[in-house]
Design a protein around this ligand. Structure first.
Ligand SMILES: N[C@@H](CCC(=O)N[C@@H](CS)C(=O)NCC(=O)O)C(=O)O
Length: 212
């Protein structure tokens, strides 16, 4: 398997953690990609091979052992989970599984809002939309409040919802233009303090992506 990757992307971090938790990381060849800082508002010069594998030209993109490109982190996690069986990050029980996917979608919504904000923050200040940024911030607040209310379901064996929530909270901490999620949310603050100690979380702490 080959993974088009950067150290900054939260969607890529999700996949990188899932692969580690499933014991598959060593089976993946990493294809580092570079991104010029204008990627948020114009087509950048793509790292060779990325757009050829995935015309959407986003990361993460995984090329499976069969040569099938998968250009979406959820699909990649599903693929890795299938390859790793009997290990799994998806609960077997019907209700637990759909509870997990429900929380996963909320945490993934935070990632989408964070990356939409990142793209907007990369635009020149005079064309940046404050109302667009505020809308994303309000979405993040709603989703964080939902995670706070649902923290009891972020328990037990590690799963894809826990991983995605951990990545979302980690990104919130990393970017200085995002707010501290902890005030008023003591339960996810405590949960994250514990979850972020996992080796897979420590090994994937975000760093700036090279531009060339
Ligand atoms: N839904 C996709 C989102 C992937 C995504 O937005 N990736 C960002 C980096 S975090 C990207 O490659 N952006 C480049 C662009 O939009 O040009 C997933 O889950 O993989």
């Amino acid at each position: 398997m080959q993974l088009f990757w950067t150290p900054a992307s939260p969607f890529t971090r999700k996949v990188s953690i899932a692969a580690r938790e499933l014991g598959l990381w060593d089976r993946i060849e990493i294809r580092p990609t570079t991104w010029t800082l204008d990627w948020g508002y114009r087509t950048p010069a793509f790292t060779p091979g990325l757009a050829e594998a995935n015309p959407v030209a986003r990361i993460p993109t995984l090329v499976t052992d069969e040569g099938i490109p998968l250009g979406d982190s959820t699909l990649i996690c599903l693929h890795l989970d299938e390859v790793a069986r009997p290990k799994s990050l998806i609960p077997a029980d019907h209700t637990a599984r759909w509870r997990m996917w429900s929380i996963y979608a909320v945490a993934d919504g935070i990632l989408e809002a964070q990356i939409a904000m990142r793209a907007e923050m990369l635009r020149p200040v005079d064309v940046r939309s404050e109302s667009f940024l505020a809308k994303q911030r309000e979405r993040i607040v709603r989703c964080l409040d939902a995670l706070e209310a649902d923290v009891g379901h972020l328990a037990g064996d590690v799963d894809l919802a826990q991983i995605t929530a951990g990545v979302a909270l980690g990104y919130q901490d990393w970017r200085e233009w995002l707010f501290d999620f902890r005030p008023g949310r003591p339960r996810i603050a405590e949960w994250y303090a514990e979850f972020s100690r996992r080796p897979a979380m420590r090994e994937t702490e975000p760093r700036e992506t090279p531009t060339a």
